[in-house]
Design a protein around this ligand. Structure first.
Ligand SMILES: [Zn+2]
Length: 213
């Protein structure tokens, strides 16, 4: 893999050294792939080690997600099942062009300003990483369901974070999305869960999430 550059940066929030690396156009901080309004993925980025393989025909593929994220989801699904809760992935991996169509449809419907707070511009979608997915229903009311509440309290145990927590819009750049999970591994997920007071990735790494234009 080609490393474009490496920066060592001290985060104000954590007072720790974070290593920022850009590899083939994708940004990693302490090994965590970062995609938000500031950091994007190249158009041709394809996640490797996915459960179902990404092909030329892939547009959106629920199970074309990273194998570790998939296995963690299966375990979580199984444990949720024991409590009579049903979890499913309704949207997983999305290609650049799939996201482009989706985003353009939202612009037509609501205008650019509004679309930018609930949808991502192509290249800026976490769904492009293969490490994120939307559960069950993409509705604000998901948090009021038993599944939504259980996910909020338990997803971190499997290595997932609520990527766009409630009240963190000014950091993440997105409105609260109780259904959108991102796999980061158990250690970081536990820190970000923060005993129920979710910390966003942006706060944790002291990074921005803002479009340049
Ligand atoms: Zn999502």
């Amino acid at each position: 893999m080609k490393k474009d550059y490496i920066i060592n940066k001290t985060s104000k929030v954590q007072e720790k050294e974070s290593k920022i690396e850009v590899i083939n156009g994708a940004t990693y901080i302490d090994g965590i792939l970062i995609v938000n309004k500031t950091y994007s993925l190249p158009k041709d980025f394809i996640p490797n080690n996915t459960y179902e393989k990404v092909t030329k025909e892939t547009g959106m593929c629920p199970l074309c997600i990273n194998i570790d994220a998939y296995n963690a989801f299966k375990k979580m699904e199984e444990d949720a099942n024991k409590e009579n809760l049903k979890l499913w992935i309704q949207s997983g991996y999305r290609t650049y062009s799939y996201q482009e169509n989706l985003y353009n449809r939202y612009i037509e419907k609501d205008g650019k300003e509004k679309a930018d707070i609930y949808s991502s511009r192509p290249g800026h979608s976490e769904h492009h990483t293969g490490l994120s997915f939307d559960l069950n229903s993409v509705e604000d009311s998901f948090i009021d369901t038993n599944e939504g509440k259980w996910i909020n309290d338990n997803a971190y145990k499997y290595g997932f974070i609520i990527r766009y927590p409630k009240g963190k819009e000014k950091y993440t750049g997105y409105k609260y999305e109780p259904w959108h999970l991102r796999y980061v591994g158990k250690t970081l997920a536990k820190k970000l869960y923060n005993d129920g007071n979710w910390i966003s990735l942006e706060e944790y790494f002291d990074i921005t999430s803002e479009y340049k234009d």
